[in-house]
Design a protein around this ligand. Structure first.
Ligand SMILES: [Zn+2]
Length: 196
């Protein structure tokens, strides 16, 4: 008889320590669904606040777009830069040049050179990808909903040339709580000493 089987219970060893927590499948599914809904709501908040910050300006800045053909991008970029920025790829975690970089400077788009993120907003996220709390200006990046791989995420793109940069999450440090999780290969660091 298993009618009174609890849906969540701890399996303990002889000394009473919890060795395993049993969670029945329907409860697990319900928890997953709840978590997914919460993530959708929170990431939707990032999108909304980004759009509000853009429209809160008295003017909408004109962004001079750069358009190139696929062949032109292929010629300009390395195969890995092309794969990540033009086909929405992701570099392997901890493989990127800027994952643990601390040099002061400006991180620009590897495709078009637009300066996007400042080194002062870079922080150690422990994720294996360079992470920033905010772009230099909101209008330099574009955010889009991304439903790939069965997840809902917010994609970050260069607003000038539409290069794929990475994703933004809401688990970053306070006060804003945003974490721009970017691919090193999408960026080029203009070190302050370089431009002096
Ligand atoms: Zn760009």
């Amino acid at each position: 008889m298993r009618y009174n089987q609890p849906q969540i219970y701890d399996r303990k060893d002889k000394s009473g320590d919890v060795v395993f927590t049993f969670i029945s499948k329907d409860v697990r599914e319900a928890m997953k669904e709840k978590r997914r809904k919460r993530e959708d709501t929170l990431t939707a908040e990032i999108l909304t606040s980004h759009i509000l910050s853009l429209t809160a300006n008295f003017y909408i800045p004109m962004i001079q777009k750069i358009h190139k053909t696929d062949d032109e991008w292929r010629q300009q970029l390395t195969p890995e830069q092309y794969r990540v920025t033009r086909t929405k790829g992701t570099e392997r975690p901890y493989s990127g040049e800027y994952c643990e970089a601390h040099d002061p400077g400006l991180y620009a788009c590897v495709c078009c050179g637009t300066e996007l993120f400042e080194s002062t907003t870079k922080f150690e996220s422990g994720t294996g990808w360079p992470s920033f709390t905010a772009p230099i200006e909101d209008e330099r990046i574009r955010l889009e909903k991304d439903y790939s791989y069965g997840m809902f995420r917010v994609e970050v793109l260069c607003n000038v040339c539409d290069a794929h940069l990475g994703h933004v999450f809401n688990d970053g440090p306070p006060p804003a709580g945003t974490r721009y999780c970017l691919n090193s290969v999408s960026l080029v660091l203009k070190r302050i000493a370089d431009s002096a």
